[in-house]
Design a protein around this ligand. Sequence first.
Ligand code: AMP
Ligand code: GLY
Length: 426
Amino acid sequence: MKVLVVGSGGREHALVWKIAQSPMVKKVYCAPGNPGISEVAECVDIDAENIEGLYNFALKKKIDLTVVGPEDVLVAGIVDRFKDKHLNIFGPNKRASVIEGSKVYAKTIMKKYGIPTADFKVFDDLKYAKKHISTCDFPLVIKADGLAKGKGVFVCKTLEEADRHIDDIMKEKIFGYAGERIVIEEFLSGEEVSILAITDGKTIVPLSSVQDHKAVYEGDKGPNTGGMGAYSPVPFVTDDLQSSIEENILVPIVHALKKENRPYKGVIYAGLMITNAGPKVLEFNARFGDPETQVLLMRMKSDLVPLLLSTVKNNIEEVEIEWHDGVSVCVIMASKGYPDKYEKGLPVFGLEAVKSVTNVQVFHAGTAIKDGKVVTNGGRVLGVTILERDLEKAQKNVYEAIKKLSFDGAYYRKDIGTKAINKKNL
Ligand code: AMP
Ligand code: GLY
């Protein structure tokens, strides 16, 4: 088989790394890819957003399966375009990926089908939004409706903060069209967890639990990022909790989308808050998480390709997943200043040395080649990922491995997995 992976981040590096191990696969392409990916796949110089370019490439090279990483490409309709010519592609079509593309849609369908989520109201008028917040308790959460590169959610502690964010979104239009409507919702407290499942639209195959660390600083302080690190499995996600998430959230959302004539195929990602009243949905994503994918694929023992293909062929019930024993941890090395402004083009050192560390994979996220050398090229630069017997050992050894890597101003959180370790020791 020939497989094409679309995207250029750490998630795509992990997908390519895992797909290339499949005995079913002869050749992996990645568009546009990155220097780490180019060690395992042939990178093709086509932007992830260039749907026509990708479509022509897949036709010309007779690609047997295309796997899409980023959400904006799904929301723009890449799956619909590929299906025109019966090209196999993994991911939801345009109508189904609205579950991530519009927070208003996601909240509305959850309410209609009784899927647990924070109470909310939708506004398309700044005046009414402001009037509403003057009657609310704080903290509360303001979300831009459309895609905002993970930056469209604000947890507001005070009325002034909320007022300012409403102005930014609706008056200053910092997210453009994506901010024409906003969701104002109840603040939920608890532990966050991500549960992803693969589905062919009828049956779901849930993956193992993951905890991401979204805030930039240790102790979950500072602004949200795409994710600063993750580990899997999550000890507090017991079998009972996992089953309740499947029964009350994942199965109902897939069935709801089918009923709404938006049949969903691909990976559905539920971002959850485990509250005192049980798990509630913070968001749905229509794609693999980043860095969730890095830890999940490190732990996945079975071949990923039959699982991906089964969504296209509508026979997912025949596929079972086997996991390696142990725990995987991924720590993101980021550029100084991320998630705001940061410098690019800084040389990265230690990539060869770290290859000798057992059980470690370094997934490239924001890197490029300059004068034959790997340099930084994004906010999140590398995802250092490990598989070990237990969380303590995984955490200790991943931070040992990171010491071998460096670039000017490299920043990483030193507490990925600490919350779970502390809880265990209570
Ligand atoms: P989202 O993109 O909707 O998952 O939001 C990004 C992050 O904002 C989440 O991972 C949470 O940390 C936080 N968040 C979103 N909604 C809420 C909420 N209702 N209560 C508390 N935190 C939230
Ligand atoms: N790690 C969060 C996300 O992929 O949305």
